[in-house]
Design a protein around this ligand. Structure first.
Ligand SMILES: Nc1nc2c(c(=O)[nH]1)N(C=O)[C@@H](CNc1ccc(C(=O)N[C@@H](CCC(=O)O)C(=O)O)cc1)CN2
Ligand SMILES: Nc1nc2c(ncn2[C@@H]2O[C@H](COP(=O)(O)OP(=O)(O)OP(=O)(O)O)[C@@H](O)[C@H]2O)c(=O)[nH]1
Ligand SMILES: [Mg+2]
Length: 431
């Protein structure tokens, strides 16, 4: 157990109650001193907190002895009155008694180091605290509750068994082992590899739900892009005018569509620019078009479609014919809307929500929510890819071991013991 740390665990700002959390060696003594005696474990007790004869607060105290605590260490919670002076006085007393303020994430770091949770669960908790939308909350909770770790455990167990068989082949070559063991191991590893590749081929949906989706509004000057941005966001975010070339800078609005955080970007109208400022605007618009997860192409229904916007057409684009109140020029697959009258805006919003959900919705129980998950899994797949090419049993075992090591970066636990158990346990060769 490491030394005692403390932190305000309740939300910032003025509130009725402030939750101060403590963890580490020495917390037992610390709580006993503050309360006069150690309260009953794991029960809320109302106590007068005193330090050097001064009453600091009347608080609810929880004494949570390890290892059955969040961190696995001796812990405590002080549910104090929420005033800043109360917090200051208690903090001062805690420091005087040998505790120090915790670093960000230190409680969860200790929980990880004490084997209370794996890395993916810790990340899930961080995401849960940061979650701003319902879909983000669900994804984070799944990960915190071991969705990804469970998938890892299942794969790691299979991989470990394959490694054990391959190792046994090296150790006991003359023994009665199946002669087609290499083939069996390669086949099983191939199945594993496909399952991993399937999870990797998720289009980055889980990461996008975490980070948010970028949608770019693109089209000719005056098509009504800024008007649509304002209509969709419900506020006057961008300047609208009858003069073509009004928008130059990219104007961003944050929205939540189908539980997915989205940045909607209004851009300069695409055309041969009249001056260098507008030209820079068009460059920025095209850069946004390139970087966006979803492109909303806006045409005006009272004009022929322009070539610049048409060139951005693709199966992934959402095509909009705005100014439906002024004309009905046919544009294949377009949603007819009018930013002026509001016609078609509900359908446009529904289509955007559908697209956002498809690109960033909740995927499987096990989801790759961070680039490091993807990197670890990709490495594991690469090592498995080398397996059939590796001739010597030693090289094959090495490839399997490296695949297992790469996979275990997901949870942060490389279980060497587990491999040894399997090697010496599963094969009772009597030697
Ligand atoms: N007051 C309070 N509320 C809180 C927390 C907390 O630490 N304190 N949490 C903090 O994140 C979250 C709940 N998560 C928790 C997870 C594990 C343990 C824990 O002590 N686990 C022990 C004992 C389990 C039990 O009582 O059955 C264990 O797993 O051994 C506590 C909270 C959210 N709400
Ligand atoms: N009748 C009608 N007018 C519209 C509609 N949408 C926008 N307008 C008008 O069209 C003009 C251009 O609108 P903006 O939203 O500024 O167009 P934009 O595409 O952002 O133009 P740039 O920023 O110059 O690229 C303004 O006068 C709007 O009031 C619509 O649905 N119907
Ligand atoms: Mg504009």
């Amino acid at each position: 157990m490491s030394g005692p740390i403390f932190a305000l665990a309740s939300g910032a700002g003025r509130a009725a109650v402030a939750l101060l959390r403590l963890s580490g060696a020495g917390v037992e003594e610390l709580v006993a001193v503050l309360c006069g005696a150690l309260p009953e474990p794991r029960r809320a007790s109302l106590r007068r907190l005193t330090h050097e004869g001064v009453v600091l607060d009347r608080a609810l105290v929880l004494w949570l002895p390890g290892p059955g605590s969040y961190t696995g260490e001796d812990s405590a919670e002080l549910h104090l009155h929420g005033g800043p002076a109360v917090l200051a006085a208690v903090t001062e007393a805690l420091v005087a008694l040998g505790a120090r303020p915790a670093e960000p994430g230190e409680f969860t770091r200790r929980a990880f180091l004490n084997g209370r949770m794996d890395l993916t669960a810790a990340e899930g908790i961080a995401d849960l605290i940061a979650a701003e939308t319902e879909a983000q909350r669900r994804q984070a909770l799944r990960q915190a509750e071991g969705g990804l770790a469970a998938r890892h455990a299942e794969w790691a167990a299979r991989l470990t068994r394959l490694l054990a068989r391959q190792e046994a082949f090296i150790e006991f070559e003359e023994e009665d082992l199946p002669t087609d063991l290499d083939v069996q191991v390669s086949l099983a590893a191939g199945v594993l590899r496909e399952e991993m590749a399937a999870l990797l081929a998720d289009g980055g949906r889980a990461e996008k739900l975490r980070d948010g989706l970028a949608i770019a509004i693109l089209g000719a000057p005056n098509a009504g892009k800024s008007s649509l941005l304002n209509a969709l966001s419900g506020r006057d975010a961008a300047i609208v005018s009858a003069r073509a070339g009004t928008t130059r800078d990219v104007v961003e609005v944050r929205l939540i569509l189908a539980g997915v955080p989205v940045t909607l970007a209004d851009t300069a109208g695409l055309r041969e620019a009249a001056d260098e400022i507008e030209a820079e605007g068009v460059r920025r618009a095209l850069a946004r078009a390139e970087a966006a997860d979803l492109r909303m192409l806006v045409f005006a229904a009272d004009a022929e479609p322009d070539a610049a916007t048409l060139s951005l057409l693709g199966p992934e684009a959402l095509v909009v014919a705005n100014k439906s109140d002024l004309g009905d020029v046919a544009i294949e697959g377009a949603i007819r809307v009018s930013a002026r009258t509001g016609e078609g805006l509900d359908e446009l919003r529904a289509r955007l929500e559908g697209a956002a959900a498809a690109r960033a919705g909740l995927g499987e129980e096990a989801a790759l929510t961070r680039p490091r998950h993807r990197a670890a899994l990709r490495d594991a797949v690469e090592w498995l890819d080398r397996l059939p090419l590796a001739g010597l049993p030693e090289l094959r075992a090495e490839a399997l071991r490296n695949a297992l090591r790469a996979l275990s970066r997901l949870t942060g636990r490389v279980d060497v013991e587990q491999v040894l158990d399997l090697i010496f346990g599963e094969f009772c060769i009597g030697k």
